[in-house]
Design a protein around this ligand. Structure first.
Ligand SMILES: Cc1cc2nc3c(=O)[nH]c(=O)nc-3n(C[C@H](O)[C@H](O)[C@H](O)COP(=O)(O)OP(=O)(O)OC[C@H]3O[C@@H](n4cnc5c(N)ncnc54)[C@H](O)[C@@H]3O)c2cc1C
Length: 492
């Protein structure tokens, strides 16, 4: 007689691949609720991760709720209360106003420390970690999931009711789920260098824009004790050419930019300049299916405009935990049940990410760099004289203010007005110095000529760029309509 085994002994309820903020954060919430969790992590803690180390107030609120900010070591972490925005010959320093509902100002915390704190919190509530162990592939069966792993030369498998991909921007779990690698249309390249013995101020992060290397932006984030994290992020697929030597761009910027040279002072590079891909949100990609779910960078939850990802890793971890705890209680890990997580991600983040993607698609076209520099100069000029306006811009970079909210009529009107003032100032200066008209006129003709030449020589690529821009524009339009409908319904 065949006996049918209706109760299967799983090694754990939930297998999480990756122990960064998303994986360890999720493990913390699940273990605290009594769920049996195993985290598989390729590295051993404490482990480094290439990052700007900027921890936004929203991320800190998540850590606060986990009890991680009650410690002395957190209190020693470098607090940030100002942001400097630099463009050639101009800058603005904005005081960061802490939103009332968030407990902390931003901090700079090296990931070697931060990620260990989250890992330790998860361990304390009962998560089991398999470190120095790599995910190879998963197999979903009628009963559960078998995940194939490797430690050194030893291969083994673990069974669970669900598998969660929290394995970062080059996620193997996401690759198997999607069947393809993520497109470079949704990728940034990031670089980070640590410096020691730099000059102050310690409470200010600086962001630098320059036409030569746009669409790359540079940062200098002080980590206290005279150390600093200096780095850059750049769109992977730019037009017309790809950034072949990104490391050289960062080195050149450090050597030649007067503002950053002043802050580095006699500071010295510690270790190597390290790079890392940043995969950002593709609204079309699958985040959940039968017995599988993606969180953090593995789900592409990075804002391409600010480069912030830690807050989304922690938020998505908490949202996923709420759905998975319910799945365990119902013993239902179907795609239909897990879809509630996707709905939450879309509701909270999709509009902001769609708008940021749209702007990044513009920046991808290097032929428009001069236009961008003019826009950034206009924003900086206005931010110098208008505190609420400056707060909006700082909030977008700090990750506390969704970029689409900057689309409000007041912000646009102020920007246009500032653009008008700058135009008027240029006209005045031309009137005082007629020779400059010729120089400016020549410059405009040259730029326009260069732009047209580039359009002609790369017309296929430009057509693709325009197609992608329209696509992202339509996505923003869809979200705007939904947002307006929801706001109206809520106000009725
Ligand atoms: C240059 C740069 C600067 C950045 N600056 C900032 C910033 O200032 N502020 C901010 O908020 N965000 C920043 N980000 C983004 C931020 O680093 C990520 O969003 C964040 O690390 C996401 O956390 P995560 O847990 O999803 O992934 P990760 O932190 O990448 O963790 C994934 C984990 O999975 C493990 N893993 C990978 N593959 C496997 C495998 N096959 N088997 C087992 N384990 C595996 C890895 O070892 C890793 O520990 C930056 C990113 C870059 C590249």
């Amino acid at each position: 007689m065949i006996s049918i085994k209706n109760k299967y002994d799983f090694d754990c309820d939930v297998l999480i691949v990756g122990g960064g903020p998303a994986g360890s954060g999720l493990a913390y919430h699940l273990s605290k609720a009594g769920t049996k969790v195993i985290v598989v992590e390729a590295a051993t803690f404490p482990r480094d991760k290439v990052c700007g180390d900027g921890i936004s107030p929203i991320a800190l609120a998540e850590l606060h709720a986990m009890g991680i900010t009650d410690t002395d070591r957190f209190k020693r972490a470098n607090e940030i209360s100002q942001v400097g925005l630099f463009i050639k010959n101009d800058k603005v320093v904005v005081n960061l106003s802490k939103p009332d509902h968030l407990p902390h100002h931003a901090r700079i915390i090296p990931r070697l420390e931060l990620d260990s704190w989250i890992y330790e919190a998860a361990k304390e509530v009962g998560t089991r970690f398999l470190e120095d162990t790599r995910f190879c592939r998963y197999q979903i069966t009628d009963l559960g999931v078998i995940t194939f792993l490797k430690t050194g030369s030893r291969h083994f498998a673990v069974s669970s009711k669900i598998i969660i991909g929290a394995d970062g921007s080059s996620s193997g779990v996401a690759r198997q789920l999607h069947g393809v690698k993520s497109s470079d249309q949704f990728q940034l390249l990031g670089l980070r260098a640590y410096y020691e013995e730099v000059s102050g101020p310690n409470n200010r992060v600086d962001i630098f824009f320059s036409k030569e290397s746009f669409p790359g932006i540079y940062w200098m984030f002080p980590k206290g004790e005279k150390g600093a994290n200096i780095g850059m992020a750049m769109v992977s697929a730019t037009l017309p050419q790809k950034p072949a030597h990104v490391k050289q761009l960062l080195q050149r910027h450090i050597e030649n930019n007067e503002d950053i040279a002043e802050r580095i002072g006699a500071g010295k590079l510690q270790g190597k300049i390290l790079g890392w891909p940043i995969t950002f949100f593709n609204a079309g990609s699958i985040l959940t299916d039968n017995r599988i779910l993606l969180v953090g960078d593995a789900a592409g939850l990075i804002n391409p405009l600010s480069g912030d990802g830690i807050q989304y890793a922690l938020l998505s971890a908490r949202w996923a935990s709420e759905v998975v705890i319910q799945s365990v209680a119902l013993n239902d890990f179907s795609a239909g049940q897990l879809k509630a997580y996707r709905t939450k991600v879309d509701k909270e983040l999709a509009y902001d990410f769609a708008f940021s993607n749209f702007l990044v698609q513009f920046a991808r076209n290097k032929s428009l760099s001069a236009v961008w520099m003019e826009i950034i100069s206009t924003l900086i000029a206005r931010a110098k004289v208008d505190k609420p306006y400056a707060d909006t811009i700082a909030g977008i970079f700090e990750g506390t203010y969704p970029s689409y909210k900057a689309l409000n009529a007041e912000f646009i009107a102020k920007s246009l007005l500032q653009g008008g003032i700058r135009g008027f100032e240029s006209m005045l200066s031309m009137a005082q110095n007629p020779g400059s008209v010729l120089a400016t006129g020549n410059h405009i003709v040259q730029s326009a000529g260069q732009f047209l030449n580039e359009i002609n020589s790369t017309s296929n690529e430009q057509a693709k760029w325009l197609g992608a821009l329209l696509n992202r524009g339509l996505s923003v339009a869809g979200h705007t309509i939904n947002h307006l409908i929801n706001t109206r319904t809520a106000n009725k």
